[in-house]
Design a protein around this ligand. Structure first.
Ligand code: MG
Length: 203
Protein backbone atom coordinates (compact mmCIF):
# COMPACT_ATOMS: atom_id res chain seq x y z
CA UNK A 1 0.00 0.00 0.00
CA UNK A 2 1.01 3.60 -0.35
CA UNK A 3 0.27 6.76 1.61
CA UNK A 4 -0.44 9.81 -0.50
CA UNK A 5 -0.61 13.22 1.13
CA UNK A 6 -2.13 16.41 -0.24
CA UNK A 7 -0.34 19.63 0.67
CA UNK A 8 -1.80 23.12 0.69
CA UNK A 9 -5.52 22.34 0.60
CA UNK A 10 -6.78 24.96 3.10
CA UNK A 11 -6.25 28.65 2.40
CA UNK A 12 -5.67 29.61 6.05
CA UNK A 13 -2.88 27.02 6.42
CA UNK A 14 -1.22 28.10 3.15
CA UNK A 15 -1.11 31.65 4.52
CA UNK A 16 0.38 30.63 7.88
CA UNK A 17 3.35 28.98 6.12
CA UNK A 18 3.67 31.78 3.50
CA UNK A 19 3.12 29.43 0.56
CA UNK A 20 1.36 30.23 -2.73
CA UNK A 21 -2.13 28.80 -3.42
CA UNK A 22 -1.52 25.91 -5.87
CA UNK A 23 -3.10 25.79 -9.34
CA UNK A 24 -3.58 22.03 -8.96
CA UNK A 25 -3.34 19.69 -5.94
CA UNK A 26 0.19 19.27 -4.58
CA UNK A 27 0.91 15.78 -3.36
CA UNK A 28 3.74 13.72 -1.91
CA UNK A 29 4.20 10.19 -0.53
CA UNK A 30 5.05 8.56 2.75
CA UNK A 31 6.30 4.94 2.89
CA UNK A 32 4.25 2.27 4.68
CA UNK A 33 6.86 2.31 7.47
CA UNK A 34 5.50 5.76 8.41
CA UNK A 35 2.26 4.22 9.72
CA UNK A 36 1.59 4.41 13.46
CA UNK A 37 -1.61 2.62 14.44
CA UNK A 38 -3.56 1.38 17.48
CA UNK A 39 -2.80 4.57 19.44
CA UNK A 40 0.82 3.59 19.91
CA UNK A 41 3.18 6.31 21.20
CA UNK A 42 5.17 8.51 18.86
CA UNK A 43 8.88 8.58 19.72
CA UNK A 44 10.43 12.01 19.13
CA UNK A 45 13.20 11.41 16.58
CA UNK A 46 16.76 12.51 17.30
CA UNK A 47 17.28 14.11 13.87
CA UNK A 48 14.79 16.94 14.34
CA UNK A 49 14.21 19.72 16.85
CA UNK A 50 10.92 20.88 15.36
CA UNK A 51 8.34 18.13 14.89
CA UNK A 52 4.92 19.56 13.98
CA UNK A 53 1.49 17.96 14.03
CA UNK A 54 -0.83 18.41 11.02
CA UNK A 55 -4.37 17.10 11.59
CA UNK A 56 -6.02 15.75 8.44
CA UNK A 57 -9.05 13.89 7.16
CA UNK A 58 -7.93 10.62 5.59
CA UNK A 59 -9.56 8.49 2.89
CA UNK A 60 -9.17 4.73 2.53
CA UNK A 61 -9.19 3.52 -1.07
CA UNK A 62 -11.49 0.51 -1.66
CA UNK A 63 -10.82 -0.46 -5.28
CA UNK A 64 -8.24 -0.20 -8.02
CA UNK A 65 -8.50 2.81 -10.28
CA UNK A 66 -6.61 4.88 -12.83
CA UNK A 67 -7.67 8.04 -14.68
CA UNK A 68 -10.77 8.33 -12.50
CA UNK A 69 -13.16 11.11 -13.44
CA UNK A 70 -14.26 13.28 -10.49
CA UNK A 71 -17.90 12.27 -10.93
CA UNK A 72 -17.00 8.62 -10.38
CA UNK A 73 -14.36 9.19 -7.68
CA UNK A 74 -16.80 8.75 -4.79
CA UNK A 75 -16.99 5.01 -5.33
CA UNK A 76 -13.22 4.60 -4.87
CA UNK A 77 -13.17 5.25 -1.12
CA UNK A 78 -15.47 3.76 1.48
CA UNK A 79 -14.04 4.87 4.83
CA UNK A 80 -12.92 8.17 6.31
CA UNK A 81 -10.46 8.54 9.13
CA UNK A 82 -8.30 11.01 11.00
CA UNK A 83 -4.53 11.10 10.67
CA UNK A 84 -1.56 13.18 11.68
CA UNK A 85 0.92 14.21 8.98
CA UNK A 86 3.85 14.53 11.39
CA UNK A 87 6.42 16.84 9.85
CA UNK A 88 10.04 17.63 10.69
CA UNK A 89 9.50 21.32 9.96
CA UNK A 90 13.17 22.21 10.40
CA UNK A 91 14.27 19.61 7.83
CA UNK A 92 11.41 20.63 5.52
CA UNK A 93 12.47 24.29 5.64
CA UNK A 94 16.04 23.34 4.74
CA UNK A 95 14.78 21.17 1.87
CA UNK A 96 12.50 23.95 0.60
CA UNK A 97 15.31 26.49 0.61
CA UNK A 98 17.58 24.14 -1.34
CA UNK A 99 14.84 22.89 -3.68
CA UNK A 100 15.31 19.34 -2.37
CA UNK A 101 12.65 16.64 -1.88
CA UNK A 102 10.62 16.41 1.35
CA UNK A 103 11.07 12.64 1.74
CA UNK A 104 12.94 12.77 5.05
CA UNK A 105 10.93 15.65 6.50
CA UNK A 106 7.60 13.95 5.78
CA UNK A 107 8.31 10.24 5.43
CA UNK A 108 10.31 9.24 8.50
CA UNK A 109 9.24 6.30 10.70
CA UNK A 110 5.99 6.93 12.63
CA UNK A 111 5.25 10.12 10.68
CA UNK A 112 1.69 8.94 9.89
CA UNK A 113 -0.31 8.22 13.07
CA UNK A 114 -3.71 6.94 11.93
CA UNK A 115 -6.88 6.76 13.99
CA UNK A 116 -9.95 4.63 13.66
CA UNK A 117 -11.78 4.76 10.32
CA UNK A 118 -15.52 5.30 10.06
CA UNK A 119 -17.70 4.20 7.14
CA UNK A 120 -18.86 6.94 4.79
CA UNK A 121 -22.42 6.17 5.91
CA UNK A 122 -21.54 7.53 9.38
CA UNK A 123 -21.51 11.05 7.93
CA UNK A 124 -24.68 12.81 6.83
CA UNK A 125 -22.80 15.09 4.40
CA UNK A 126 -19.29 14.30 3.11
CA UNK A 127 -18.86 17.97 2.17
CA UNK A 128 -19.48 19.02 5.77
CA UNK A 129 -17.31 16.80 7.97
CA UNK A 130 -15.86 18.57 10.99
CA UNK A 131 -12.71 17.39 12.70
CA UNK A 132 -10.41 18.74 15.35
CA UNK A 133 -7.19 18.06 17.18
CA UNK A 134 -6.65 18.56 20.90
CA UNK A 135 -3.18 19.04 22.38
CA UNK A 136 -3.16 18.25 26.09
CA UNK A 137 -6.92 18.76 26.22
CA UNK A 138 -7.01 22.07 24.34
CA UNK A 139 -8.21 22.33 20.74
CA UNK A 140 -5.37 23.53 18.49
CA UNK A 141 -6.75 22.73 15.03
CA UNK A 142 -10.32 22.62 13.79
CA UNK A 143 -11.28 21.93 10.18
CA UNK A 144 -14.17 21.00 7.97
CA UNK A 145 -14.21 19.31 4.59
CA UNK A 146 -16.29 22.25 3.32
CA UNK A 147 -13.16 24.44 3.63
CA UNK A 148 -10.96 22.35 1.35
CA UNK A 149 -9.75 23.90 -1.91
CA UNK A 150 -9.81 20.50 -3.63
CA UNK A 151 -12.64 18.11 -2.73
CA UNK A 152 -12.19 14.40 -2.00
CA UNK A 153 -13.32 13.62 -5.56
CA UNK A 154 -10.95 16.20 -7.10
CA UNK A 155 -8.06 14.74 -5.12
CA UNK A 156 -8.75 11.13 -6.13
CA UNK A 157 -9.18 12.12 -9.75
CA UNK A 158 -5.95 14.12 -9.81
CA UNK A 159 -3.77 11.50 -8.09
CA UNK A 160 -5.11 8.73 -10.33
CA UNK A 161 -3.94 10.57 -13.46
CA UNK A 162 -0.36 9.83 -12.35
CA UNK A 163 -0.52 6.85 -9.99
CA UNK A 164 -2.83 3.86 -10.02
CA UNK A 165 -4.83 3.74 -6.79
CA UNK A 166 -5.11 0.36 -5.12
CA UNK A 167 -7.31 -1.09 -2.43
CA UNK A 168 -5.88 -0.14 0.97
CA UNK A 169 -4.07 2.99 -0.17
CA UNK A 170 -4.44 5.89 2.24
CA UNK A 171 -4.92 9.52 1.21
CA UNK A 172 -4.23 12.41 3.62
CA UNK A 173 -6.31 15.36 2.39
CA UNK A 174 -4.42 18.35 3.81
CA UNK A 175 -4.37 20.29 7.06
CA UNK A 176 -6.22 23.42 8.17
CA UNK A 177 -4.52 26.31 10.01
CA UNK A 178 -3.05 25.88 13.47
CA UNK A 179 -0.14 23.50 12.92
CA UNK A 180 2.46 23.60 15.64
CA UNK A 181 5.23 21.84 17.53
CA UNK A 182 5.03 18.88 19.91
CA UNK A 183 7.30 17.98 22.80
CA UNK A 184 7.85 14.84 24.85
CA UNK A 185 4.94 14.23 27.22
CA UNK A 186 2.33 15.84 24.97
CA UNK A 187 -0.93 14.01 24.28
CA UNK A 188 -2.58 14.47 20.87
CA UNK A 189 -6.24 13.49 20.45
CA UNK A 190 -8.10 13.49 17.14
CA UNK A 191 -11.84 13.80 16.65
CA UNK A 192 -14.15 13.18 13.69
CA UNK A 193 -17.30 15.18 14.37
CA UNK A 194 -17.39 14.65 18.16
CA UNK A 195 -16.06 11.09 18.17
CA UNK A 196 -12.56 10.54 19.47
CA UNK A 197 -10.73 8.33 16.95
CA UNK A 198 -7.05 8.88 17.79
CA UNK A 199 -4.93 9.28 20.89
CA UNK A 200 -1.17 9.61 20.64
CA UNK A 201 1.40 10.22 23.37
CA UNK A 202 4.68 11.87 22.38
CA UNK A 203 7.55 9.99 24.07
MG1 MG B 1 -0.07 17.78 5.62
Amino acid sequence: MKIICIGRNYVEHIRELNNPVPASPVFFLKPDTALLIRNRPFYYPSFSREIHYEAELVLKVCKVGKNIQPKFAGSYYDEIGFGLDMTARDLQETAKQKGLPWAIAKGFDQSAPLGKFLPKSFFSDLHNISFHLDLNGKTVQAGNSNRMIYSFNDIISHISMFMTLRTGDIIFTGTPAGVGPVKQGDRLEGFLEDQKVLSCLIK
